[in-house]
Design a protein around this ligand. Structure first.
Ligand SMILES: Nc1ncnc2c1ncn2[C@@H]1O[C@H](CCC(=O)c2cccc(C(=O)O)c2)[C@@H](O)[C@H]1O
Length: 223
């Protein structure tokens, strides 16, 4: 069976709507909810983990251990970092890095031991790719955005690279399909609270659009 890992309740709600899931098809586990759907002959287990690395990895390990998953596809939203990309672009990264595991004042931001390479060669090349950076903090402040750009990060989120790391430890294939929901904006000359609120509104508006695009156009190419 293939697991489809989803972080937020908003993203999971979009999945429930897209696949028209009834109340009696929804089950609870320690990190959230899950349901099953057959897509093009493949039995898929969709589950919500909650946000940030500890929830993503906890949910990942639970589902691998309980359902003996053969593969996990992480789907959801992310911040855009590379400015050649746009909101609602879907990216399937070939590299996933945790960038909050070093003392960045005296060490490189990214260390080899926290990088997971993702081999996409069997899936063709009809998709955008790049590096996803994961940390427990959302990318909101302009200085954080500039630092990720300087380190060649394409998109950023708060779970995916940690889930990819957990999958690698379990010898389970991991694919990440993320849609850009928001870009940080430069708050330095304005009101940082207003700028943050605007980014959250953009994120909320784009979440169902991103999820529908991933379910409609991407998931079946990677199962
Ligand atoms: N900018 C982002 N940085 C990192 N991850 C992002 C971003 N956007 C989307 N995600 C993804 O969506 C979820 C939640 C998004 C989130 O927490 C968020 C989004 C926008 C603004 C704020 C804020 O506090 O102002 C918080 C996470 O699961 C994560 O995987």
């Amino acid at each position: 069976m293939i697991g489809i890992s989803i972080a937020t309740n908003w993203e999971f709600e979009a999945a429930l709507d897209y696949f028209i899931i009834k109340d009696n098809e929804r089950f609870r586990y320690p990190y959230g909810e899950y349901f099953f759907r057959n897509v093009n002959g493949s039995e898929l287990l969709f589950y919500c983990t909650g946000v940030r690395k500890v929830n993503g990895v906890g949910g990942c390990q639970y589902m691998i251990s309980t359902f003996n998953l053969a593969k996990i596809i992480v789907v959801g939203t992310c911040a855009g970092i590379d400015d050649t990309f746009r909101n609602l672009d879907i990216v399937v990264p070939n590299k996933a890095v945790q960038y909050d595991c070093t003392v960045k004042e005296v060490e490189p931001l990214i260390k080899q031991s926290f990088i997971v390479d993702i081999d996409l060669s069997i899936y063709g090349n009809q998709f955008l790719t790049g590096t996803i950076g994961t940390a427990d903090k959302a990318v909101v402040m302009w200085k954080d955005y500039l630092e990720l750009k300087k380190n060649a990060i394409t998109i950023a989120d708060t779970e995916a690279a940690a889930i990819a790391y957990c999958c690698k430890k379990n010898d389970v294939e991991c694919i990440i399909i993320k849609g850009i929901s928001d870009f940080p904006t430069d708050e330095r000359d304005g009101d940082k609270f207003e700028s943050n609120a605007q980014q959250i509104n953009v994120y909320l508006e784009n979440t169902p659009k991103v999820m529908n695009k991933i379910f409609k156009e991407y998931v079946d190419r990677f199962i």
